[in-house]
Design a protein. Structure first.
Length: 173
């Protein structure tokens, strides 16, 4: 009988550990999701509220930034494309960052939002921070790598995606 009690308590201990580990795995990407979501919302809002940024020229403007990185970017054609309409490009980046940040934070179309974040980060890495030396001084590459787990996993927990999925599952049964 004492053996049975030890076996039962050991089994429930193992079950509790497994449940805790499952919860940790399940929510492991949540801090990254919150960080990236908040950061991209902040980046988009910062561009809209910076009085100098949304201009074709002048100190602190998107146009001035694009001109300054033209010679050192990995893909100068991307910079040239942005220079055709720097203000429009600035608005597109700011709106994209807001959409990605909100989608990631609330977990709506999480994989698509993460893919958008990865594409924004990759385009900024290949243009703006490409010349950073050593490479780890440029943060856009790190952001690109941070988006990849969310592209793969999506936002399956504590998200609108999860709520919509559960609602569809209830409606189907």
């Amino acid at each position: 009988m004492a053996q049975d009690i030890r076996t039962d308590s050991h089994t429930s201990y193992l079950d509790a550990r497994r449940d805790g580990r499952d919860a940790a795995v399940r929510y492991a990407l949540l801090p990254l999701r919150i960080f990236l979501g908040v950061t991209f919302i902040y980046a988009g809002l910062d561009k809209f509220t910076d009085s100098a940024f949304m201009h074709a020229s002048g100190a602190g403007s998107i146009g001035d930034l694009m001109h300054s990185v033209r010679g050192s970017s990995a893909i100068p054609a991307l910079v040239d494309l942005a220079l055709k309409n720097p203000v429009g490009f600035g608005y597109a980046i700011a709106l994209g960052e807001l959409a990605v940040g909100i989608g990631t934070l609330v977990g709506l179309l999480g994989r698509i939002a993460a893919l958008g974040g990865a594409l924004i980060s990759m385009s900024l890495w290949l243009t703006v921070s490409w010349a950073s030396s050593p490479y780890y001084y440029g943060n856009d590459l790190a952001y690109l790598m941070a988006w990849i787990p969310l592209v793969l996993a999506g936002t399956p927990y504590l998200s609108l995606d999860a709520a919509l999925h559960a609602r569809r599952r209830r409606a189907d049964s």
